[in-house]
Write a protein that binds this ligand. Structure first.
Ligand code: XMP
Length: 528
């Protein structure tokens, strides 16, 4: 648990009332150039004050304020003198706590709703269209604003859809300004932050880099540091950031488990090393991994084996480096870099008093006799911020712009046993799909597009003059904001057709391409 802030910056605090929106709000606040952090609603006023917040935003939540066990916030938070914005449940909670009234009138609003601005709209809504489309999701209403509050907007079902007490710096909206479906949502947040709370827009990737470099140098001193590169965005950026801070005190390790995509190893060994100057050791472990995967078809078994072998391969290099440092009398190897991101910290209960939902291990367990301290330079950041920093550090676009790719790699995209031959087939098909999606300019539209080989399935086909009996390839293009939920992407038919033609004509043993049209839930993004 960390009580202190993740950075030197004073944060705008987002109080999480249990909605899935808290992280989205925190991201939107940062998009407005203001550093933000999330705290659970169980944090006391004292704990909140200790973070020295410049603003507070109360998130939405699934409950009714008068329900027994509904999430509460220490009312003393309203006495801290910090500008506060309530959203949805947070708006109702604010209304009730400050002496207004919340009622269940039986009038619910879900989805797109028309909000009408009353008067000049105050700090939050001034200068915006008198009628706007906003995204609602509530059963209760604020029936009466607290004493001293002015009503700023109404809807057909809600007489008090937004309010403010400008003098005390209190604001609230019933709708969700953080979702893109609310027409002027981002402006509402910006008005609150910049005008209501008087905050400058000064949180950007340049500041983060400078601050982290200073922090890393202080933490590391003259010790040596190891980092595991996976080819993915997070490890590439965290490694480059640490390298920028301490240069060759850092050694990066890249385990080639043979389950990589076409060109990935070259990308890391050549392009990444050239652009960053990082000293890299590659471990050639493809044969070992394939040996252990022989005859294995169960997805969980595959995942366990790949995870275990990864740790073994990485451990071996660690031990070698530690021994080498000892033998040469050089500085000891004391630190390990991890690309932990802010959503991992929040979900692992990193904030004061948060429940531990799930623990994340990016590198896995370390052997007992190696006592490393962790360096986690991305702990305060969201994925889009990590990409921006990677670009600023000069990492090639092919790496910072990469789709998410699972740790177990192509091993969990072959349904059936993983063999060198099958990997070769999948690698070719995957490369074609990626190339065509990029060529069609669709990389921004999709979150990722796993390409899956149904190695244990065969179907009859006809190619040239002959009958074929080959395998199907599945395309799984998905759109998502955070991979927790996803929808299948409606790719243009001509792009699908191009991919299908190229794969069936150019990849041996594949005579059929099929499209996965399942959302998540119920289907996960990966097939295994
Ligand atoms: P699922 O398949 O659960 O995946 O919908 C959600 C997101 O996580 C990625 N994924 C992984 N990433 N190690 C990782 O680092 C893994 O073992 C792993 N399994 C799935 C997946 O690609 C998607 O982006």
């Amino acid at each position: 648990m960390t009580e202190q802030s993740e950075t030197q910056q004073r944060p705008a605090l987002v109080v999480d009332f249990g909605a899935q929106y808290a992280q989205l709000i925190a991201r939107r606040v940062r998009e407005a150039g203001v550093y933000s952090e999330i705290v659970p609603h169980t944090a006391t006023a004292e704990e909140i004050a200790a973070k020295n917040p410049v603003a507070i935003i109360l998130s939405g939540g699934p409950s009714s304020v008068y329900e027994e066990g509904a999430p509460r916030l220490d009312p003393a938070v309203f006495d801290l003198g910090v500008p506060t914005l309530g959203i949805c449940y947070g708006f109702q909670y604010m209304a009730q706590t400050l002496g207004g009234e919340v009622a269940n009138t039986g009038l619910r609003e879900y989805g797109a709703t028309d909000a009408v601005i009353t008067g000049d709209g105050g700090t939050l809504l001034a200068g915006q269209p008198a009628e706007q489309n906003v995204w609602m999701s509530h059963g209760d209403q604020v029936a009466k604003a607290p004493e001293g509050f002015e009503v700023l907007a109404t809807t057909e079902a809600t007489k008090v859809a937004a309010f403010a007490n400008e003098e005390r710096g209190f604001y609230g909206v019933q709708w969700h300004p953080e979702v893109k479906h609310s027409d002027h949502g981002q402006r509402v947040l910006e008005n609150f932050l910049h005008k209501g709370a008087g905050l400058a827009s000064d949180w950007n990737s340049g500041n983060v880099i400078a601050e982290q470099i200073e922090r890393i140098r202080e933490q590391v001193g003259d010790a040596r540091v190891i980092s595991a590169l996976s080819g993915g965005v997070d490890s590439a950026v965290s490694t480059a950031l640490v390298h920028k801070a301490i240069g060759d005190q850092l050694t990066a390790v890249f385990v080639d488990h043979g389950l990589l995509r076409k060109g990935e190893r070259e990308q890391v060994e050549k392009d990444y090393v050239e652009s960053t100057g990082v000293r890299l050791i590659t471990v050639d472990a493809a044969d070992t991994f394939l040996g252990h995967l022989k005859g294995v078809t169960d997805p969980e078994d595959k995942r366990k084996i790949i995870g275990r072998e990864f740790i073994r391969a990485f451990e071996k290099v660690q031990l070698d480096l530690v021994a080498e440092a000892k033998a040469s009398g050089g500085a000891p190897v004391k630190f390990l870099v991890q690309g932990t991101l802010y959503p991992d910290v929040v979900e692992s209960g990193g904030g004061a008093g948060t429940a531990n939902i799930k623990s994340h291990h990016n590198v896995g367990g370390l052997p007992d006799d190696l006592d490393f301290e962790l360096i986690e330079p991305l702990r305060a950041l969201f994925k889009d911020e990590v990409r921006a920093i990677g670009r600023e550090l000069g990492i090639p676009e092919a790496i910072v712009g990469r789709q998410p790719f699972p740790g177990p790699g192509l091993g969990i995209r072959i349904i059936g046993e993983v063999t060198a031959d099958r990997l070769e087939i999948l690698r070719e098909a995957d490369a074609i799909a990626r190339e065509e999606l990029t060529k069609a300019g669709l990389d921004q539209e999709i979150w990722q597009c796993p390409v899956v080989l149904l190695a244990d399935v065969r179907s009859v086909g006809v190619q040239g003059d002959g009958r074929t009996y080959g395998h199907p390839i599945v395309l799984r293009p998905v759109s998502s904001e955070d991979a927790m939920t996803a929808d299948w992407t409606r790719l243009p038919y001509d792009v699908l057709s191009k991919i299908s033609n190229r794969i069936t004509n150019g990849v041996r043993d594949v005579n059929r391409v099929v499209l996965d049209v399942t959302s998540k839930p119920p289907g996960t993004i990966e097939w295994e």
